[in-house]
Design a protein around this ligand. Structure first.
Ligand code: NDP
Length: 263
């Protein structure tokens, strides 16, 4: 092996690692799972809908024929179900070395009329999930003295937009939970970081993508002048999952075409 390939494999290669990506039946989660598989990891896809998961598995195998793929269906908001699923996977299928906490949801309504049950659902899905799955997986990582956790927050940790105040609150909480995870678990050999995506064309944003006024606003407001492509998040995720980031801990990495740093 030449020096160049040896360097890339040692720094960024994920061969022999197992990565669980929550909410990976579509959108950003699917793109990250595919990217991690292409970097050599065995990947575990998660979601609630088993039909969507099976379709995602078939698609991933087609796009990356060498990939080793497993499915692990559970609802990230159910603390007991998450704990059982993770413990059973660890016991029967081997260690989870990388966890990407990606599952999340969006609900738009003016704050004065925002339904209380939707607020709770957002908290449980976007923040409770990071606690539930993070805790269940980290317990095993801590006993092994190593592990990588990547939480998906949002550019909304830095910026608010009308109609999504509770979503903004949950993503801010994910950013801060990431710092807490890093602070508690660095002593056990874990690195916990976050990626803050800008605006990406996924099913979550279907209504915005279909709205030409929003796309025009976005092109004007974002220095990169366009929507992000989900594959543009892969490099950040591979970096934060690999040896190359061994001293990067508690960091929030913005991947947003500079929208968060410009007025
Ligand atoms: P999508 O709505 O396209 O996909 C969401 C995924 O999460 C699906 O696979 C869904 O599967 C899964 N999911 C949702 N709820 C649960 C649950 N309770 N338990 C298990 N799985 C669940 O979203 P995106 O790909 O757009 O977003 C992914 C993440 O990125 C989210 O956290 C989002 O907030 C964040 N993000 C997205 C941005 C964007 O521009 N798209 C920008 C910034 C952040 P199923 O329905 O089967 O459960």
């Amino acid at each position: 092996m030449d020096h160049h390939t040896e360097f890339l494999n040692r720094s960024f290669g994920l061969t022999g690692r197992c990565a669980l990506v929550t909410g990976s039946s579509q959108g950003i989660g699917y793109a990250l799972a595919l990217g991690l598989a292409q970097a050599g990891a065995r990947v575990v896809l998660n979601g609630r809908d088993r039909t969507k998961l099976a379709a995602a598995e078939a698609s991933l195998r087609k796009q990356c024929p060498a990939a080793e793929v497993s499915l692990l269906a559970f609802d990230v908001t159910d603390h007991g179900a998450v704990r059982s699923a993770i413990d059973a996977f660890e016991a029967n299928d081997g260690p989870i070395d990388i966890l990407v906490n990606n599952a999340g949801m969006q609900f738009r309504a003016p704050l004065a009329e925002f339904p209380a049950d939707r607020f709770d659902q957002l908290l449980q899905t976007n923040v409770g999930s990071v606690f539930n799955v993070g805790q269940a997986v980290a317990r095993h990582m801590i006993t092994r003295g190593q592990g990588k956790i990547v939480n998906i927050c949002s550019v909304q940790t830095a910026l608010a937009r009308p109609g999504i105040a509770p979503y903004t609150a949950t993503k801010g909480a994910v950013g801060n939970l990431t710092k807490g995870m890093a602070t508690d678990w660095a002593q056990h050999g874990l690195q916990c970081n976050a990626i803050a995506p800008g605006y990406f064309d996924t099913p979550l944003n279907a209504a915005l993508v279909a709205d030409p006024e929003f796309s025009a606003w976005l092109a004007k407001r974002t220095p990169a002048a366009r929507w992000g492509k989900v594959e543009e998040l892969v490099g950040a995720c591979v970096f934060l999952s690999s040896e190359a980031s061994s001293f990067v801990n508690g960091h929030v990495l913005y991947v947003d075409g500079a929208i968060s740093v410009s007025l």
